[in-house]
Unconditional design. Structure first.
Length: 133
């Protein structure tokens, strides 16, 4: 992604229940950390949103760099990048204790909740995704 704009930073605790049998945070939890940051960001935008629309994730990936362990706190930075008519690329950086633990990405698509069909991105997303003029 050539261009990206930081739109949200989330601080989330690592819970004991996030751990797996190998003694580190389960890989699926990395996706939950990214999801939580995304939900927090979307909730900030919802005041002007059409109640009949929403968004879905059509692809997601995560590269795990170092294990996360309990106790701790994850800082998730969410970035917006390339936009289409109805979709936007998101990127994530997950840090713990000043160290990069994972990097992720997801593509969000705006949809009409009744039909499930794509709709144009809402106005609050487009300027954030384009970045500074």
């Amino acid at each position: 992604m050539a261009h990206r704009t930081l739109v949200h930073t989330s601080h989330q605790p690592i819970r004991r229940g996030d751990m797996d049998a190998l003694g580190h945070v389960n890989n699926a939890v990395g996706f939950r950390f990214m999801e939580q940051a995304r939900v927090e960001w979307v909730q900030r935008l919802e005041s002007g949103r059409d109640a009949g629309t929403g968004s879905v994730i059509v692809s997601a990936s995560c590269t795990f760099l170092v294990p996360l362990v309990y106790p701790g706190e994850v800082t998730v930075r969410m970035y917006l990048g390339e936009t289409g008519r109805s979709s936007v690329a998101t990127r994530y950086e997950l840090d713990e204790g000043g160290k990069r633990a994972a990097e992720g990405a997801a593509r969000m698509v705006g949809i009409d909740l009744a039909s499930g069909r794509p709709v144009p991105l809402p106005d609050p997303v487009r300027p954030a995704a384009r970045g500074p003029e």
